[in-house]
Design a protein around this ligand. Structure first.
Ligand SMILES: Nc1ncnc2c1ncn2[C@@H]1O[C@H](COP(=O)(O)OP(=O)(O)O)[C@@H](O)[C@H]1O
Ligand SMILES: N[C@@H](CCC(=O)OP(=O)(O)O)C(=O)O
Length: 359
């Protein structure tokens, strides 16, 4: 039985990883890239709108720069990306032209998909491109992104783009044909065909990228991306690039992650999945109940301790009396302003309910 989540999708985001497009020795692999484009063109011929999130800029820039492996220094990665991104999009443009499809390059930073004004702008750009029949090819804007605000891998970027363009399916293509419960090269590991609830991932060991070392995130960032998308109502198929055509036709290949939640503001997805907390507010039991059960704003009266260095607007964790983190939110005060407020200004709102996400 074909998967209805796939066959019924009208707008699809496909993400392909570096390891599926390149080899360390030869840079871009035109045959693999051509095969992927054929699968995307076939999807388009069925009237489906397609957005491609393609990694591979850094990997494609290695060979022309005479580099033997992916550099670890950020500046060298950015230089490789500057060389490789042009080559990558040039190749896609030529391959898509065989199918009379026009390619458009979209380079995004974290801010573009999370800050409200940028996000609206990016949404409009995608809408226009799709209306014009263009196939957008998205990557992180590697040459300008700094280490603090970088996605680094494109898995989470793809999940946020899927949300941004209101896609009804996300397909993650890698060099492994699905999620395994252990290292995929270990014969005792088995394929996890479907993930419907978080507990389906119990006992699954998520490892680093394979030995070739071209990818960055490994399985952990893919599962994290699947959580972001499915939590926002978008099902995800994870499989290998050679299975792209079968996966996009709805064949039961790879791993299907069922949608678990409903659409949420992208800011909150970012808060839960992309940010790192700059500090922790410890709450008393009543405040935990107010925030978690009543979804109320956090008032100063319920905070018993403050740790970390942060300024107003930064993400902070909210922990219960036992120290376990229950939520993350954007704090309304600087760290050094808060101690004076605790217990006194009962009504002062420290984290607004619209800026809070339960973890
Ligand atoms: N539980 C697992 N199931 C499948 N693959 C895994 C698992 N743990 C680690 N991996 C590794 O993750 C790799 C894919 O990650 P990565 O190289 O970052 O891919 P990409 O470049 O496609 O984004 C696979 O090649 C595989 O070796
Ligand atoms: N933006 C980077 C992506 C980095 C990367 O390797 O991502 P991935 O292969 O998806 O784990 C690039 O194009 O090289």
């Amino acid at each position: 039985m074909p998967r209805t989540e796939v066959t019924g999708a009208r707008r699809v985001v496909v993400k392909v990883g570096s390891s599926s497009l390149t080899s360390t020795a030869g840079g871009l692999d035109p045959a693999r890239l051509g095969a992927l484009v054929d699968a995307l063109a076939s999807l388009r011929s069925r009237g489906v709108e397609v957005v491609l999130v393609s990694s591979g800029a850094i990997a494609a820039g290695l060979a022309p720069l005479g580099l033997k492996r992916r550099p670890s220094a950020l500046a060298a990665q950015q230089a490789a990306a500057a060389v490789g991104q042009g080559l990558l999009v040039h190749r896609y443009t030529a391959e898509l032209a065989r199918h009379d499809i026009v390619a458009g390059q979209v380079l995004l930073t974290v801010d573009d998909v999370t800050r409200r004004a940028h996000h609206r702008n990016a949404h409009q750009t995608f809408s226009k491109l799709l209306e014009l029949g263009v196939l957008p090819i998205v990557n992180e804007n590697d040459t300008v992104a700094t280490s603090e605000i970088r996605f680094g891998d494109n898995d989470r970027l793809a999940a946020l783009v899927a949300h941004l363009v209101h896609a009804d399916l996300l397909v993650l293509l890698s060099d492994v044909d699905g999620l395994y419960d252990g290292p995929p090269d270990d014969p005792s590991s088995t394929l996890v065909a479907e993930v419907a609830v978080d507990t389906d991932l119990d006992g699954v060991r998520l490892g680093k990228p394979g030995a070739a070392g071209l990818g960055t995130g490994g399985m952990a960032t893919k599962v994290e991306a699947a959580r972001i998308a499915t939590g926002a109502g978008i099902p995800v198929v994870l499989t290998s690039a050679p299975h792209a055509a079968a996966a996009l036709a709805g064949d039961p290949v790879g791993t299907l992650f069922h949608a678990t939640g409903r659409k949420r503001p992208i800011r909150l997805l970012w808060l839960a999945h992309v940010t790192q907390a700059h500090g922790t507010l410890t709450l008393d039991a009543g405040a935990v109940r107010a925030v978690v059960e009543r979804r109320a704003s956090l008032l100063a009266a319920g905070i018993t301790a403050v740790t970390g260095q942060f300024v107003a607007g930064d993400p902070v964790d909210l922990a219960g009396p036992d120290g376990s983190v229950v939520a993350r939110g954007l704090v309304g005060f600087d760290a050094d302003e808060l101690p004076a407020l605790l217990g006194r200004s009962h009504e002062r709102e420290v984290v607004h309910r619209d800026d809070l996400v339960l973890l």
